[in-house]
Write a protein that binds this ligand. Structure first.
Ligand SMILES: *[C@@H]1O[C@H](CO)[C@@H](O)[C@H](O)[C@H]1NC(C)=O
Ligand SMILES: *[C@@H]1O[C@H](CO)[C@@H](O)[C@H](O)[C@H]1NC(C)=O
Length: 232
């Protein structure tokens, strides 16, 4: 059962603030007020508990979950190594912390010989807003490859990781899906990749449709093409 922990947290912290503000008001008032303030306080705390229990039991249909996507049939790590250009993406707002202003986006993948078998290093690189903008680079690690093509992506040590799956791969195209769900908050990206800065629009459409058919775009977000013209 899914539980809306975000709402639960918001509601309980609101009520807790109410309860504690009653308490601090009490400290400033006359002691003869204390009795009724104590009663109010316990009433508030009782409401907090009741609301918390009810909220915890109400399943929330709209809160999304990551899809346990299967890696592409042809996947091998070696096929994925090298440079890819981002043709376009579907991305939740929270998933875009690195990519928000990006144009000319590309990623370079290589094995990480200092890590465990299957570990890889991803260098994300783009230009800020225009093809002449400053470089925005971010390096991540792909770790814990459970099956070929499915890792955890880690941007910072000890920070939460995303599941990172290559759902399609061919000689000159790939589709990467990453996703995390923290306290019921869903963040995901679908990246359409190409070995060249361009891609046959029919292929892009096919790859996108395939991703939608897997149910990866649960929030029904728009596909956004990445500017690659004038970059190279
Ligand atoms: C696997 O690779 C071959 C050769 O590149 C390609 O023709 C085929 O479409 C690929 N299959 C899938 C499922 O990606
Ligand atoms: C960012 O990455 C690009 C491509 O890998 C590289 O050419 C550039 O020097 C890097 N810039 C910075 C500031 O790291």
């Amino acid at each position: 059962m899914k539980v809306n922990l975000v709402n639960l947290h918001t509601v309980t912290s609101f009520l807790y603030r109410q309860a504690t503000s009653v308490e601090s008001t009490a400290k400033q008032s006359h002691s003869c007020m204390m009795m009724s303030v104590e009663v109010q306080r316990y009433t508030m705390l009782l409401i907090v508990v009741v609301v918390a229990v009810v909220a915890a039991l109400v399943p929330v249909a709209s809160a999304g979950q990551c899809v346990d996507a299967k890696p592409g049939a042809n996947f091998t790590n070696e096929r994925y190594y090298g440079l890819w250009y981002e043709i376009g993406k579907i991305q939740t707002a929270g998933g875009a912390f690195f990519e928000k202003d990006c144009v000319c986006t590309n990623i370079a993948i290589k094995a990480d010989p200092s890590g465990n078998a299957g570990d890889a290093i991803v260098t994300n690189s783009c230009r800020k807003k225009t093809p002449q903008g400053q470089y925005l680079n971010a390096t991540a690690k792909l770790i814990q490859e459970t099956v070929p093509g499915k890792w955890q992506e880690s941007f910072f040590p000890f920070a939460p990781t995303q599941t990172y799956t290559i759902i399609y791969i061919g000689d000159d195209y790939a589709v990467e899906y990453d996703c995390e769900s923290v306290f019921g908050l869903l963040n995901y990206c679908i990246h359409i990749l190409s070995r060249k800065p361009t891609q046959d629009p029919d292929l892009t459409k096919k790859l996108l449709q395939g991703s939608l058919d897997m149910g990866l775009n649960s929030e029904e977000l728009e596909y956004v093409q990445t500017l690659q013209e004038g970059c190279w």
